[in-house]
Design a protein around this ligand. Structure first.
Ligand code: GLC
Length: 474
């Protein structure tokens, strides 16, 4: 496993500062090699990490690192990573009487030596993870990175190879499979995304819906001549419906809140206003005081009788950064972040969920999870990795000032605190109680945000941002 080639032989990045240099160094030190080729990075290189799998390479954690590799002329690493993850698909173990759907990709993998001294790859499809959660977002991040690789390098041959085509077909068919649902959104189990513990994020969490939309974009990589046309048509149609649906029903501002507050319930039939039978009694008290007049956000989750009013940063930021939100929604969301700067950004960009759940709600929703006590970790902690989607989102909406201000906050603390995984407290002042240090995507998020700030065209070149077709009318 000894590194044979450094990740960044000559970083192309012109700007140099101690935190940027240190971020590069951390990524370099975290390199995971297979047969002499760099294929990924460990999630953390904290020797005292609280869980053994932090030395694994996680698919979602590698995404910002993959983009940095592309920028640094290491597209070979991204190609090797994409290829290796695809091959791992066959490794998932059969569970008794059932199988994880083909197309699901592992949350993470590690390279270890077997008895004969050979390197072997061990993948985790959720069958080894704490709480046994299967990742739904891995296949999505994989497809989005594949598209970024193809657009950025111009190497279409890789994506057009038979194995990748097969993998893409599997992912798209799995996402588009008919189920018991009447909504265009994708239902998932709790903890199957970045928030990989019980946090009441089952159903139709916002983050998954944005990643679903971006995954559907990868249909542009499918060759239309090999019987794929039906899948392509289906993906394009679904994407259109999904975007309109999320824009319309997940959006919350004062007008919408007023409507929900006076909703009639128990309505039958087709053209009813209260489609999901949301009971006004379910609106938490904090919402009416917290929501400013000229601002808004996308709620965290929506399903029958259920609107989760919590603000989830990753989903909201990606709605903006990927061009899935309308221009007026994007502006209103930037206003919300600006007006709630102390709570959402505070002393470290950015809070993952606002507000934290406490008391009985915490007991019932998390199962009394001590790692997710109020204002800690997933339950209201601040995650430095979110600086890159924050920068992409604020640039997209013309608020470079907010992106730079947030980046400066991160620059002052991250290296000094040795790149923590997360921070705690209402304002993110404390280093997370059980946080790793030397967490690699904290460094990668910081570095990528700087790249985005210095070249705002990058999201378009990576295909992360794409003007949304049904925004044109606005
Ligand atoms: C934690 C996070 C997850 C991340 C993993 C590795 O489990 O919740 O999102 O991928 O750590 O960093």
């Amino acid at each position: 496993m000894a590194p044979t080639t450094p990740c960044f032989p000559r970083p192309r990045y012109a700007r140099s500062s101690p935190p940027l240099d240190d971020a590069y160094r951390l990524i370099e030190e975290a390199g995971v090699f297979y047969r002499g080729q760099l294929v990924g990075t460990a999630a953390s290189i904290d020797p005292n990490a609280p869980a053994a799998n932090y030395s694994d390479c996680f698919v979602r954690d590698f995404f910002p690192i993959g983009l940095i590799m592309l920028l640094e002329g290491r597209s070979d690493v991204v190609r090797a990573f994409l290829h290796l993850i695809m091959q791992l698909r066959g490794q998932q173990e059969d569970l008794e009487g059932q199988q994880i759907a083909p197309g699901v990709l592992p949350a993470s993998f590690r390279i270890q030596q077997n008895n004969r001294g050979d390197e072997e790859i061990i993948a985790d499809f959720g069958d080894r993870a704490i709480g046994r959660v299967a990742p739904v977002d891995s296949m999505m991040w994989w497809a989005i990175l594949l598209r970024a690789y193809t657009l950025y390098t111009g190497d279409a041959d890789f994506a057009h190879g038979p194995e990748i085509q097969r993998m893409l077909r599997m992912i798209l068919s799995l996402c588009l499979q008919s189920r018991f649902e009447v909504f265009p959104t994708l239902p998932v189990p709790d903890g199957s995304l970045m928030i990989d513990r019980r946090m009441g994020v089952h159903g139709h969490p916002l983050e998954i819906q944005v990643l679903f939309d971006s995954t559907l974009r990868s249909v542009s990589l499918l060759l239309p001549d090999s019987g794929n046309q039906w899948l392509i048509n289906m993906a394009l149609r679904r994407q259109e419906i999904l975007r309109t649906y999320v824009q319309q029903y997940f959006w919350l501002d004062m007008d919408v809140l007023n409507r929900i507050y006076r909703f009639e319930t128990e309505m039958l039939g087709e053209n009813v206003e209260n489609l999901f039978n949301i009971h006004p009694e379910s609106i938490p008290l904090w919402v009416q005081d917290w929501l400013p007049d000229d601002a808004g956000y996308f709620v965290g989750n929506l399903g029958p009788g259920r609107m989760d009013f919590r603000f989830f940063a990753q989903g909201n930021l990606l709605m903006l950064a990927t061009g899935m939100a309308t221009p007026s929604q994007s502006k209103a969301l930037a206003n919300l972040i600006e007006q709630h700067w102390m709570e959402l950004i505070g002393r470290m960009p950015m809070k993952l969920i606002y507000p934290a759940i406490e008391g009985d709600e915490w007991r019932l929703i998390t199962g009394s999870d001590p790692k997710n006590i109020p204002w800690s970790y997933h339950n209201g902690g601040h995650w430095p990795v979110l600086i890159w989607p924050l920068a992409a989102a604020m640039l997209k909406v013309g608020r470079r000032d907010l992106a730079e201000k947030a980046w400066d906050i991160a620059e002052k603390r991250l290296m000094a605190n040795q790149w923590p995984e997360y921070y705690d407290g209402r304002l993110g002042r404390l280093v997370g109680r059980r946080s790793n240090i030397r967490q690699v995507w904290s460094a990668a998020g910081f570095l990528l945000a700087r790249h985005l700030l210095d070249d705002p065209e990058l999201p378009l070149r990576f295909g992360i941002d794409e003007p949304c077709s049904n925004n044109k009318g606005e």
